[in-house]
Each structure stands twice: as C-alpha cells, then as structure tokens.
Write a protein that binds this ligand. Structure first.
Ligand code: HEC
Length: 263
C-alpha cells in the first residue's frame, strides 16, 4: 500500500468512526429526556401558504411589552421593524420614546435620551449578570429568536406559557422554581407569566392565558423570521415559473421531434 492510499484509507476509517460516534451520541441525547408532546395548534403562519395574522401579532406585541419585557429583552429587533406588522411612523416613534437609552453627549458624559425608531428594543437589564441576579440565578433568554431556537418553537412556546399546573405531590418544588408540565425537567425559574386579563386588549378580544400565549407566539414567530412571508411568496412564484417552463419545454420538445417521428 502506498503512503497516499494508506492515508486515504485511514481517513475513511476515521470518517466512519466519527459518524458512528455522532449517531450514537445523538441517540443518547434522545434517550436521556422523555419526549414531551406539545399540543399542535393551527397557526396561520404554518404551511407553504401561511401568512401572519396582523391583529394577533399586534396583540402579541402588547403582551410582550406589558408582561414579558419586564424580564426578557429582544435585542435583535429595532422599533422601526414594527412597520411590517402594521404600525405607522408616528406610532413607532411614540412607542420607542417610552424607553430610554444611554448615549454620550458633546462633553463626553453618558446621558439618557429617549429611544428612536432606529434603536433596538431596549433590554430590561443592563447585562446578563444583572438579569440573573434579578431572577434567582436563572437567565431569562433574549426572545428575538426563541421561536426558531426551539424545536417546534411555536407550539412549544404556547405550551410552555400555558403549562403551569400544580406539581404532583411527590415532587418537591424548591423556592424560586415553578412546576411546568411542558418544560424539560418540569422545574423552571420563570414564574407563571400569563393570568386571565393580564392585559386589556383594545380590540375587545378576551385576554385568556391561552389567547395571550397564542398572540405573543405569533408576534415572536414573526420576530424570529420577519422575512417569512416574502420567502414563501418567492418560493411560490419560483414553483409556478418552473411549472410553466416545464410545460413549455415539453411542447417545444414535441414540436422539434415531430418531423422525425412522422417520417
Ligand atoms: C418575572 C420574570 C419573567 C417574566 C415576566 C417572563 N419570563 Fe420568561 N423566563 C424567565 C426566566 C428567569 C427564565 C429562565 C428559566 C430557567 O432557566 O429556568 C425564562 C425563560 C423563558 C423561556 C425559555 C424556556 C426554555 O425553553 O428555555 C421562554 C421561551 C420564555 N421565558 C418566554 C416568556 C414569555 C413569552 C413571557 C411573556 C408572556 C415571559 N417569558 C415572561 C423570567 C420571566
């Protein structure tokens, strides 16, 4: 065996070995936790033709602002991005100005100014340590990408927010932890955030925990993938174009071969 071929051979063995290790590790991680089944909801934004429900997203923004933003930031979203869920410039300006950000003035001092539409959503805590310190050591993750960051994200989020139940008698829930039937391991550092009439919807929709969870999920699903509607629209145009092209090619082929076939 030449040196070159033995290297090739070893390399292949290494690849097979690594694949086996990866496969067995991924099986292990599945085996470790019992699989939790979340209720599968009918989201307007799922499926290839799915679009976001604007009214629900706007109610979701209200839930985020009045409930979740006390603990969770959304640092990837700028106030002006809210335009695509149906707010106009004045509304966005007013919404942003309710928050303040630090800036440096001409004398080099740090001063506060009202947030502008171009600013990112202001996080509730100045840094991760402050966030942990305020939540008994648990870190409230940034919600900008949370729907994409969890498998079956939308259903998971809705389930998590509505999954607070009394702990079974045999389970001891430590101080500062809460029992949630959909959280992996069941003990979570987030207190139940949604209660009946936790917010008051301007459009008269009844603010049940289930409704609020659906709305905030619709809002966060959009935040995780704001370009989803464009992506689906483009995908459908491309498919239609390809369909048309296939038909045209077929008829062109028929035409080109016709004289030869008819001989
Ligand atoms: C009182 C503070 C507080 C409020 C209000 C709050 N959360 Fe949390 N949240 C937390 C903390 C703390 C954690 C981390 C829990 C842990 O690690 O055990 C968390 C975790 C989460 C997670 C991550 C779960 C996971 O799979 O890791 C999501 C999603 C979430 N919160 C969504 C929300 C939403 C949506 C709202 C508003 C409806 C909200 N939270 C309101 C404190 C809060």
């Amino acid at each position: 065996m030449t040196i070159a071929s033995s290297i090739f051979f070893n390399n292949n063995i290494l690849k097979v070995f690594l694949s086996l290790v990866i496969i067995s590790l991924s099986n292990l991680s599945f085996a470790a936790g019992e699989k939790i089944i979340y209720p599968q909801l009918n989201w307007t934004f799922s499926g290839i033709l799915g679009t976001f429900d604007r009214a629900s997203q706007q109610r979701g923004l209200q839930v985020y602002k009045e409930v979740c933003s006390g603990c969770h930031g959304m640092r990837l979203l700028a106030y002006r991005n809210l335009k695509s869920i149906g707010y106009n410039d004045d509304e966005i300006k007013a919404f942003a100005a309710e928050n303040s950000v630090n800036t440096i003035n001409d004398d080099g001092e740090v001063v506060e100014r009202p947030a502008r539409p171009s600013d990112k959503f202001v996080s509730p805590y100045p840094n991760d340590k402050a966030a942990r310190a305020a939540n008994g050591g648990a870190y409230p993750p940034d919600l900008s990408l949370i729907v994409k960051a969890r498998p079956d994200g939308a259903n998971y989020l809705h389930a998590l927010l509505t999954g607070y139940v009394d702990a079974p008698a045999e389970i001891n829930v430590p101080d500062g932890m809460y029992y949630n039937k959909y959280y992996s391991g069941n003990l979570i550092g987030m207190p139940q955030p949604l209660y009946d009439d936790g917010v008051e919807y301007a459009d008269g929709t009844k603010a049940t925990p289930d409704q609020m969870a659906k709305d905030v999920t619709a809002f966060l699903a959009w935040a995780s993938e704001p370009e989803m509607e464009d992506r689906k629209r483009l995908g459908i145009s491309v498919m239609l174009f390809l369909l048309l092209l296939t038909a045209l090619s077929y008829f062109a082929m028929k035409q080109i071969w016709a004289p030869i076939k008819n001989q």
